[in-house]
Design a protein around this ligand. Structure first.
Ligand code: BDR
Ligand code: CA
Length: 344
């Protein structure tokens, strides 16, 4: 049975994805490439979960599994703006793809590198582009600093990063912001509308074991790969009681929000990235007050930049949208409504 997608009423949203592939970036790439609501114009790679060359190799491996058309992929920053790179291989595996020994790809990175790939994709688009950073925001900050004119053709930025409450890289900082806080601060200050898909919603969308086990056996290589990645994710986060029972779709949730913005409830709050050295570096300080505090009244601190912060997500619908979309590829997935029904 061919899975049916939610009806599409709009033309696909043109996007540029910035990734540090990465188990969950891989799931986001799968969703974005296969979604009829998303048009992936370019992909930029950055050091984060792994070094940038591994990120490029992983990105190509995912595009091969998807049998994706030629999408420009740019190799970007090797390290954050200020600090050294610090990978997350203890979470994502030595290859940052759950140690699956994926085959090498014959795809080649685009000439000119990530910043140029992003710049061209944005400026050459007849319609405004949505920028989707799913990684430390080094590339995006460099782009905005080097070519501020891209802002005029950006519909907005939907980023995975930060949190209202708590962290993962540190007690209070989420990995993508913590890895390059200066870059995140530049992005929030750029004057482009930002939607922040932070840990508060990131941790909510899972695929249950009984479903990802079905995916693993699928003849479509991309669907089978998604099953293995979700199993890896589940193994790593099983001990965290804040996370639902299953493999996290992670960054793919932010891509789902590009396709279906109504999946999340957002609140427009000032957000500040903490840059001071110490335990709070990289924290997104989200100001949820309704009444001005003494800091503002006495001009001690400026307010942060207004950001649409995702505070709730329809996790069941997001998970279903993710599964339906990745299973609707040309590879004739065997995953039908029965497999997805197990999930509900
Ligand atoms: C983010 O950091 C990475 O580990 C994931 O790919 C995701 O983008 C979560 O903090
Ligand atoms: Ca990522």
């Amino acid at each position: 049975m061919t899975p049916s997608l939610e009806p599409t009423t709009t033309t696909p949203t043109p996007v540029v994805l910035d990734v540090d592939t990465g188990v969950d970036d891989a799931l986001a790439l799968m969703f974005a490439v296969r979604s009829p609501d998303v048009d992936v114009r370019a992909i930029s790679c950055v050091a984060g979960n792994a070094d940038v060359d591994q990120v490029v190799a992983n990105t190509f491996a995912v595009l091969d599994a998807l049998d994706a058309p030629a999408i420009p992929v740019g190799r970007g920053a090797e390290r954050p703006l200020v600090e050294p790179a610090r990978d997350a291989r203890h979470i994502h595996g030595a290859d940052a793809m759950g140690d699956q020994g994926l085959p090498d790809s014959s795809r080649e990175p685009a000439d000119g590198g990530a910043i140029d790939v992003m710049r061209r994709a944005i400026l050459e688009s007849p319609e405004p582009v949505t920028l989707v950073p799913l990684a430390p925001m080094t590339n995006v900050a460099l782009l905005l600093r080097a070519y501020p004119e891209v802002r005029d053709n950006l519909a907005g930025i939907v980023l995975m990063g930060g949190a209202v409450d708590g962290g993962n890289a540190t007690a209070v900082a989420e990995f993508n912001v913590w890895h390059d806080p200066e870059a995140a601060a530049i992005v929030l200050a750029a004057g482009v509308p930002v939607t922040m898909y932070g840990l508060d919603v990131f941790t909510q969308v899972v695929v249950e074991a009984k479903t990802y086990e079905v995916l693993r056996g699928d003849p479509d290589p991309a669907v089978a790969l998604a099953g293995r990645l979700l199993a890896h994710s589940h193994d790593v986060i099983r001990a965290d009681p804040r996370v639902g029972h299953g493999g996290l779709i992670g960054d793919a949730g932010a891509a789902c929000v590009v396709a279906r913005p109504d999946l999340v409830t957002v609140r427009r709050w000032p957000v500040h990235v903490e840059l001071a050295p110490g335990r709070s570096r990289g924290q997104t300080v989200v100001d949820r007050r309704y009444v001005l505090g003494e800091d503002a009244v006495h001009g001690v601190e400026s307010l942060g930049h207004l950001v649409d912060v995702a505070v709730e997500i329809d996790a069941a619908r997001a998970s279903d949208l993710f599964l339906t979309t990745i299973c609707a590829g040309p590879g004739a997935s065997q995953v039908d409504d029965t497999a997805r029904a197990v999930q509900r």
